[in-house]
Design a binder for this molecule. Structure first.
Ligand code: AMP
Length: 481
């Protein structure tokens, strides 16, 4: 059943904004949540980003705030009446952008505040008065303490991506923020899952909520082709480069589990000549926004990111997602592959499976009810340590990118399957570099090492009081996973 926005009797200013955005029919979460929020009820919604949930809470919330709409310049006439809390800066920015568009033809003001940015411009904006404040918890607390955010007239609070906020450890911050809000208010909580912790949070802060669940967007899997390849350690990067070519991928999200791994992989890919940017929690806000913009504008082809940084980002038409590491939490697999194949487009999700991933893979198989066939990647010849024979083009392939996937690289690895066709972990990969495997031997000739030749002779460059350092030779061995 598809319901139209026209059935909602939205105020003309809001209906005009919806029409301007080109929406006619409501998504399932919108059709279910908007009428309930319009009645002023609390909502506990199970929905992920990508389902249209921002409009599901913003439109009815704005409609209910229209009674306060005024064109006065006085800040006192524009107190914060709705608070939207999100776990990350990018999500806060994205949701604030949407709210700004829905409120474009009203006199309701909105603002967004998050950490990692200069607080002063945020203070100036808040002091002018805003009705809808979108925020991440830490920075909001700074504003509460500095009295630039006064929340005693809040009527609506939205806890968006609540499960992720708890994962990040925002519970104490949320509790402090909620303690500053009036008891009489409407509370809307959205979460991808209803874990026990989420239920506890809802039990403490929601009053008689209406529970709304929309089908988990693992339906995204229907138009996303999922493939699994066996690769470990450094080989994952080689495999990624090979598969980008094999599948004619033009742009991709590349997911890595750790911040350090993310930064390292992005650097290595850049060294390989691929136009890459990284996005993880250790990047400054400015760097993260720039990375996102560069990816959106097509200036870079690969966005290497961690889950926290990429959660919920709505970037249309990303042809492929790579999971360099399988996520620790199978739910995150759904989030990750949901980055591709958005709005009905077809997408490709490639995951690398290493020796130790059997449990993570089986969690994913159970959650989305698939049986993964693990294939091998032909990474081509690799002279010495240099894994790419030919430097890849600066820009990934254009044109017919997704159609040919099925025909290419189809070969299954016979030794990776047991007789029942189940995945068997590949043998542990060891270093194959003969020089590296050899024990260290001092040079037979007397040629000085490079650093010795460069060292100034005693009595010339060095003070007589400084003893020359003892030279030490060390051999570092990198353990391949
Ligand atoms: P969200 O889950 O709120 O992040 O929304 C995901 C995407 O769907 C955003 O790009 C929205 O602009 C878009 N969207 C929201 N509601 C609708 C709708 N009723 N019809 C089409 N697209 C929508």
């Amino acid at each position: 059943m598809t319901a139209s926005f026209s059935e909602l009797n939205l105020a003309p200013s809001l209906a005009k904004a919806v029409a301007q955005m080109g929406y006619e029919t409501m998504t399932p979460i919108q059709a279910q949540a908007i009428p309930v929020v319009l009645q002023g009820r609390d909502v506990m919604g199970a929905a992920q980003t990508g389902t249209g949930k921002t409009a599901a809470f913003s439109l009815p919330l704005l409609q209910r705030l229209l009674k306060h709409e005024n064109a006065s310049m006085s800040p006192a006439r524009h107190p914060v009446r709705a608070l939207v809390l999100l776990p990350t800066r990018e999500l806060a920015n994205q949701v604030a952008d949407q709210i700004r568009q829905y409120a474009e033809f009203t006199n309701l003001r909105s603002a967004v505040v998050f950490g990692g940015m200069d607080i002063k411009p945020q203070i100036i904006e808040l002091r002018k008065g805003v009705e809808v404040l979108v925020a991440t918890p830490g920075r909001l607390l700074d504003h509460i303490e500095g009295k630039s955010a006064v929340l005693n007239q809040v009527e609506y609070v939205v806890l968006d991506e609540a499960d992720r906020m708890l994962d990040i450890g925002f519970l104490p911050d949320l509790q402090r923020i909620l303690s500053h809000l009036p008891k009489k208010r409407t509370t809307l909580l959205f979460s991808a899952t209803f874990s026990n912790d989420i239920k506890k949070l809802a039990g403490s802060y929601l009053q008689d909520p209406v529970t709304i669940e929309v089908a988990r967007s693992n339906s995204a899997a229907a138009n996303v082709e999922q493939r699994f390849y066996s690769a470990s350690g450094e080989d994952k990067r080689h495999a990624l480069v090979a598969l980008l070519k094999q599948h004619n991928v033009t742009q991709a999200f590349v997911f890595v589990n750790s911040k350090l791994g993310c930064a390292r992989l992005a650097k290595a890919l850049e060294r390989d000549g691929l136009r890459t940017t990284a996005m993880h929690g250790d990047k400054s806000q400015d760097e993260r926004l720039k990375a996102l913009e560069a990816f959106k504008s097509g200036e870079v082809d690969l966005l290497v990111c961690t889950d926290v940084a990429a959660r919920g980002l709505d970037i249309k038409d990303v042809p492929a997602v790579f999971n360099i590491d399988l996520p620790y939490n199978a739910e995150d697999y759904i989030h990750r592959i949901g980055r591709t194949g958005r709005a009905g487009a077809s997408g490709l999700a490639i995951s690398f499976v290493s020796n130790s991933d059997a449990r993570l893979l089986s969690d994913i198989e159970k959650l989305i009810n698939i049986k993964a066939e693990v294939e091998t990647v032909d990474t081509g010849p690799r002279p010495g340590a240099d894994f790419v024979t030919e430097r890849p083009p600066k820009r990934l392939n254009d044109g017919h990118r997704l159609q040919q996937r099925r025909e290419d690289g189809k070969e299954k690895r016979a030794d990776s399957q047991d007789p029942k066709g189940r995945y068997q972990p590949p043998p542990r990969q060891m270093s194959k570099d003969p020089l590296f495997d050899q024990p260290y031997q001092a040079k037979a000739d007397s040629t000085p090492a490079a650093w010795e030749a460069a060292e100034p002779a005693r009595g010339r460059g060095l003070s007589a009081n400084i003893k020359p350092k003892r030279k030490v030779a060390a051999l570092f061995q990198m353990v391949v996973e």
